[in-house]
Design a protein around this ligand. Structure first.
Ligand code: KG4
Ligand code: ZN
Length: 366
């Protein structure tokens, strides 16, 4: 063991956790103390990536390598702590771009080893789900969570901080993926979601979209039909030499994509008899979704915990937040930790309960 088990106190009241995130094009580091954010730094290569219309993995990895040490240093300095004050180093180990993840994982391993601090492996999606705890430090499960990111869309029942039940999920594309594809069809830049949202503000949701999203299938939903409908609408208009309002297409798509999520999330809370809803993932930064969810929760008397927009998209505070949960469980990684490009949602949601660390195993090489 490279850190001192004698000094490790998982029952400590408000441990200080450093979070590091590098799964896509954002190099981020944040420090939290308990559920309070002390600092939150992000360096993004999105502007460069936008020139290529999407994330180029090698450019992302190089940008992380350039930025990671400085971003971590800034986060620690802005938190007003010393390196020695850190109780645990949490890092995203998956899912994401392998080369990008490896930069964060390698840095975190070296950092944790050099400072003799426990290392915590965080699943990126669990980070998105844990962002809500930072927004509302008194938040306690059970509650319903709407997960809407670039890779996953699901309605989850959070039974405890580490136990989730999937109530429903997309049968094909994720919501964020659909936003990105529609952006492409409309000739809007990468990353698509915020551009579709902006464009939709100028238009009206007056183009009929497939109804299949709303009916049947319990809490499951499908985005591929909606995506195809948008593509067909635009192509047919182009082929006929007719013009169309991009803003109306964006508004109609956004309303169809979001309304089903809001409706089913609220339905799930009522059925499960819980009074709180949370949301996480990049699509939860969507202003229309936020407004609709707020209205629907108010109407049904449900409490809504919606992380600030910057904590819905990729950030390191959410990684530290999930790191805190794992720290309290005593769930630590060793220095053989490596990155994983993909992790199925079922595995993401399953916490492997750790065995208590044994003081004798491997000696205490301090
Ligand atoms: O959660 P996230 O950062 O990525 C994953 O972990 O998968 O989410 C990224 C996704 C992208 O598809 C992006 O277009 C979408 O979230 N997104 C949005 C908005 N901001 C980001 N979608 C709709 N409206 C937004 N304002
Ligand atoms: Zn993400």
């Amino acid at each position: 063991m490279y850190y001192s088990l004698e000094k490790l106190d998982t029952k400590k009241k408000d441990p200080i956790i450093l979070g590091i995130e590098s799964s896509c094009d954002e190099t981020a580091a944040a420090v939290i103390q308990g559920r309070k954010i002390l600092s939150d730094e992000i360096a993004s290569s999105a502007n460069v990536q936008a020139l290529f219309g999407g994330v180029v993995p090698e450019i992302a990895s190089r940008a992380h390598t350039d930025a990671v040490a400085q971003v971590v240093k800034n986060a620690v300095e802005k938190a007003g702590i010393t390196y020695d004050d850190i109780d645990g180093v949490a890092v995203t180990y998956g899912a994401g771009l392998l080369g990008a993840l490896l930069v964060g994982v390698s840095f975190a391993k070296a950092f944790a080893y050099a400072l003799k601090k426990p290392l915590i492996a965080v699943d990126h999606i669990r980070g998105h789900l844990a962002a809500a705890y930072l927004d509302c430090p008194t938040l306690q499960p059970p509650f319903i969570t709407l997960l809407a990111s670039g890779g996953h869309t699901a309605i989850l029942y959070a039974k405890s901080e580490e136990e989730f039940e999937i109530l429903g999920a997309t049968l094909d594309d994720a919501a964020g993926e659909a936003f990105d594809k529609v952006a492409r069809v409309l000739g809007l830049p990468y990353p698509g979601g915020p551009h579709v949202e902006r464009c939709a503000k100028e238009g009206a949701a007056n183009i009929p979209m497939p109804k299949m999203l709303k009916g049947g299938g319990g809490y499951n939903f499908s985005y591929s039909g909606l995506k195809t409908a948008v593509i067909n609408y635009c192509h047919t208009k182009e082929q006929k030499g007719e013009t169309f309002e991009k803003a109306d297409v964006a508004a109609s798509f956004q309303s169809a994509a979001v309304d089903v999520l809001v409706e089913k999330t609220v339905e799930a809370a009522l059925e499960k008899g819980v009074n709180t809803i949370t949301a996480g993932g990049g699509v939860a930064a969507n202003g229309y979704l936020r407004e609709e969810l707020k209205k629907a929760c108010e109407k049904k008397g449900l409490k809504l915990v919606l992380p600030e927009k910057r904590y819905c998209t990729d950030n390191a505070a959410m990684i530290a937040s999930e790191g805190l949960i794992q720290y309290r469980l005593g769930n630590f990684a060793d220095l053989s930790l490596t990155a994983r490009a993909s992790i199925p949602l079922s595995a993401t949601l399953k916490t492997v309960q750790p065995k208590p660390p044994k003081k004798t195993v491997g000696g205490n090489r301090e």
